[in-house]
Write a protein that binds this ligand. Structure first.
Ligand code: ADP
Ligand code: MG
Length: 612
C-alpha cells in the first residue's frame, strides 16, 4: 500500500507559530496550581530553597572579590592581621556548603513532586475517559488527542522542573545583573546583543520539532501497532504461520525511516545554527573581558572587581543561555501541556436536565420507534426504520447475519449512541430523559468482545459488580450459575489464580473458559435487564445449550435479550426478531417463524441438518 507521509514542508504549514507557542504559556498558572494540589508542602519547600540558592552565585562572587582585594591590601601594606581574610574564606566555605545541601533538597523535592504529578495526571486521564461518550472514543481525531495526553506524562514532569528552574534562574540573573549594572552597565548591552539571536533561533526550531512530532501522531500509532503485532504472544501464531514478519518489519522500517529522515534534518539544522549563535556569545564574552582588563589597567577598578566582573559576566552569559534554552524547552512542552488540558477540558455529553426516575419495576418494557442510525462520520445506515418492543419480563432473541446490526441495536438500547431519527422508550418515556449512568445500571450486559482482564479469576468475575469484590460467596454463586466453577476447579489457585500471560504465574484460558467467566459477571449484579451479545460463540453446542438453559431458568420473569447464532438457543426465547441489513425481516415465536417459512426457517433447517 502506497502511503503518503507528511513532508517537512507540510509539517511547517501546520506548525504552531510564535503566537501559539506563547499562548501555551498561559497554561502555566493552571499547571502550577495542579502541582500545588498534589503537595503544597513539597512545593513550598522547593520554592523556598530555590529562592535562597538563587542568590548564591552573586554572593560567592562578591566574597571572592573581597578576599582578593583583602589579600592585595595585606600584601601592599605588610599587615600581619589576617582575621578578616580568614573570616571571608570561612564565610565563602559555609555558603558553598549550604548551596550544595539546598541543591540536593531541590533535586529531591523535584523528583517527588514529579512522581506525584505523573500519578495524579494519569488518574485524571483515566477518570476523564469515563465521562467521554463511546462515540467520541471511537473517533480517530479524539483518539490521537487521548494518545498524546497519555504518552506525554514524562514530558509534563520535565516541564515542571524546567519551570521551577526557570524561576530560580530568573532571580539569579536579576541579582547578577544588579551587580554588573552597579559597576559597568555597558556589559549588559553587550550581553543582550549576544544572546537574543540564539534565543530566537531556539524557539523557531522547537516549534518545528513539536509540529513534526504532532503531525506524526497517527503514524506513530501505526508504528506502535506494528511493533505490537510483530512481537507479541497473542499474534505470534498467525504471524508465523502466514510468514508476516518481513511484511511487518518492512512496513515498520518504511515509516520509521521517513520519520528518522525528517527528524535528522531538523536536528542537524538546529545544531548548526545553535553552534553559530553560540560563537557570537563567546566573542562577546572576550569583548567584555578586554573592556574590563582595560579598566583595571587604567586604574578605574580593582583586581578584586576584575574577578567579580569577569566572573559575573561569564556566569550571567551562561545563566541567560540556560534561561533561554529552558524557555524554548518550556515552550515546547507547554504545547504538549495544551494537548493534555485540551483532553481534560473536552466537552462531554451534558448531564440530562431534570432527569426522570427510572420506572421500578419496569411495567411495559422498551420500545424502538422508527429508529434510524448511522455511525458518526459514515453515511451508511446501519439501522433503517427499526420498530419493535421488548416487553417487561420477556425473553427476546435477535438473529441475523454478521453485520446485520444486532450489536448496534444493543449499543443504542444502552445509550452509547443516539439514534438520528426515531426514539427509544422505556415505559413510554424517551430513554434520554433518564440520567445516563443510572439508566445503564439497569442492565447487565456481556458483549461479544468482552474483556479478558489480566487480573485474578476472582477479580475477573467481580468486575460485574466491583464493589462486591470482597464477597467471595456472591462471586462463587455467580460462577456456579455461569458454569465457570468448572474452570475454577481446574486451576491450582482457584479463585485467586492470576489469569492471562502478561504477569507472573498467569494462566491463559481457552476461549470457552473465558466466556464462562465473562458470563459470571452478568450474574454478579441483580440487573433488571440482562443482555448477552453472542458471548457463547466459543462454547461447544452442548455447553452453550446448558448455559442458556440455566440462563432462561434463572431469568424467569426477568427481561432479557440474547443474541446467538445457534438456533437451539434462540428457539428457547419467547420472541425472536430476525434482522437483515439493518431492517427487521421477521418477528415471532419459533413456531410462528417456522410456519412463516422465510429466512428464519431456512437458516434453522440449514443448521439443523448440519447437526444430524
Ligand atoms: N464503531 C463503528 N463505526 C462504524 N461502523 C460500525 C461500527 N460498529 C459497527 N459498524 C458497522 O455497523 C454494521 C453493523 O454492525 P454490528 O451491529 O456490529 O453487526 P452484528 O452485531 O449484527 O454483527 C456493520 O456494517 C459494521 O461494519
Ligand atoms: Mg455483533
Amino acid at each position: 500500500m502506497a502511503r503518503r507521509l507528511p513532508s517537512i514542508k507540510e509539517t511547517k504549514k501546520e506548525r504552531p507559530g510564535f503566537k501559539d507557542s506563547f499562548a501555551a504559556f498561559r497554561l502555566i498558572p493552571r499547571f502550577a496550581r495542579e502541582i500545588w494540589k498534589t503537595s503544597s508542602s513539597l512545593f513550598l519547600i522547593n520554592m523556598i530553597t530555590r529562592l535562597i540558592n538563587a542568590f548564591s552565585p552573586v554572593v560567592v562572587l562578591w566574597i571572592g572579590k573581597l578576599i582578593i582585594d583583602e589579600i592585595i591590601g595585606i600584601v601592599n601594606s605588610g599587615s600581619e592581621d589576617y582575621t578578616i581574610l580568614w573570616n571571608y574564606v570561612l564565610l565563602e566555605f559555609l555558603i558553598v556548603l549550604l548551596t550544595d545541601v539546598l541543591g540536593r533538597v531541590i533535586t529531591l523535592t523535584d523528583g517527588l513532586l514529579g512522581d506525584l504529578y505523573a500519578n495524579s495526571s494519569s488518574v485524571a486521564i483515566i477518570q476523564k475517559t469515563k465521562e467521554i461518550g463511546i462515540s467520541q472514543l471511537e473517533d480517530a481525531v479524539f483518539y490521537d488527542k487521548l494518545e498524546r495526553a497519555r504518552t506525554q506524562t514524562t514530558g509534563r514532569v520535565n516541564l515542571m522542573s524546567n519551570i521551577l528552574n526557570q524561576f530560580q534562574s530568573l532571580i539569579s540573573i536579576g541579582s547578577l545583573i544588579a551587580g554588573l549594572i552597579f559597576f559597568e552597565p555597558v556589559l549588559i548591552v553587550i550581553l543582550v546583543l549576544s544572546v537574543i539571536p540564539s534565543f530566537i533561533n531556539e524557539i523557531r526550531f522547537s516549534s518545528a520539532s513539536y509540529s513534526l512530532a504532532r503531525s506524526w501522531t497517527a503514524e506513530r500509532r501505526e508504528l506502535d501497532y506494528l511493533r505490537y503485532i510483530g512481537a507479541n504472544d497473542k499474534t505470534a501464531k498467525e504471524v508465523k504461520l502466514f510468514g508476516l514478519t518481513d511484511f511487518l518489519s518492512d512496513r515498520f522500517s518504511r515509516l520509521s525511516d521517513e520519520y528518522y529522515r525528517l527528524n535528522k534534518k531538523l536536528a542537524v539544522q538546529r545544531t548548526a545554527w545553535g553552534g553559530f549563535f553560540n560563537m557570537l556569545g563567546v566573542l562577546s564574552y572576550y569583548g567584555a573581558y578586554i573592556l574590563i582588563i582595560y579598566r583595571v589597567l587604567t586604574g578605574m577598578i580593582t583586581i578584586g572587581e576584575l574577578t567579580f566582573l569577569s566572573g559575573s559576566f561569564n556566569r550571567l552569559r551562561n545563566a541567560l543561555q540556560g534561561f533561554f534554552g529552558r524557555f524554548t524547552r518550556i515552550t515546547e512542552s507547554a504545547l504538549y501541556l495544551k494537548d493534555y488540558f485540551d483532553f481534560i477540558d473536552m466537552e462531554t455529553p451534558p448531564p440530562v436536565k431534570d432527569p426522570l426516575p427510572i420506572p421500578d419495576p419496569i411495567k411495559e418494557g422498551f420500545e424502538f420507534r422508527n429508529v434510524w442510525f448511522s455511525y458518526p462520520g459514515s453515511s451508511h445506515h446501519v439501522l433503517k426504520n427499526v420498530s419493535f418492543r421488548i416487553k417487561a419480563g420477556e425473553k427476546m432473541a435477535f438473529v441475523g447475519e454478521n453485520g446485520a446490526g444486532k450489536t448496534t441495536l444493543i449499543k443504542l438500547l444502552l445509550r452509547f449512541y443516539e439514534p438520528q431519527q426515531g426514539e427509544i422508550c422505556l415505559d413510554g418515556i424517551n430513554i434520554n430523559r433518564f440520567e445516563r449512568e443510572t439508566y445503564q445500571q439497569v442492565f447487565g450486559v456481556i458483549f461479544q468482545d468482552f474483556l479478558r482482564y489480566e487480573f485474578t479469576l476472582r477479580e475477573n468475575i467481580a468486575v460485574g459488580r466491583i464493589e462486591d469484590l470482597p464477597d467471595l460467596e456472591r462471586i462463587k454463586r455467580a460462577a456456579e450459575l455461569s458454569l465457570a466453577d468448572d474452570v475454577v476447579r481446574e486451576l491450582e489457585e482457584g479463585y485467586e489464580q492470576q489469569l492471562g500471560r502478561r504477569f507472573k504465574k498467569g494462566k491463559d484460558l481457552s476461549g470457552g473458559q473465558w466466556q464462562k467467566i465473562a458470563l459470571a459477571r452478568a450474574y454478579m449484579k441483580d440487573a433488571r435487564v440482562l443482555v448477552l451479545d453472542e458471548p457463547t460463540a466459543a462454547l461447544d453446542a452442548k455447553a452453550e445449550f446448558e448455559v442458556f438453559e440455566r440462563f432462561i431458568g434463572l431469568t424467569r420473569g426477568k427481561t432479557s435479550v440474547i443474541i446467538s447464532h445457534r438456533f437451539s438457543t434462540v428457539r428457547m426465547a419467547d420472541r425472536i426478531i430476525v434482522l437483515k441489513n439493518g431492517e427487521i425481516l421477521e418477528e415471532g415465536t419459533h413456531e410462528e417463524l417456522m410456519e412463516n417459512d422465510q429466512l428464519y426457517a431456512e437458516l434453522f433447517s440449514l443448521q439443523a441438518s448440519g447437526y444430524q
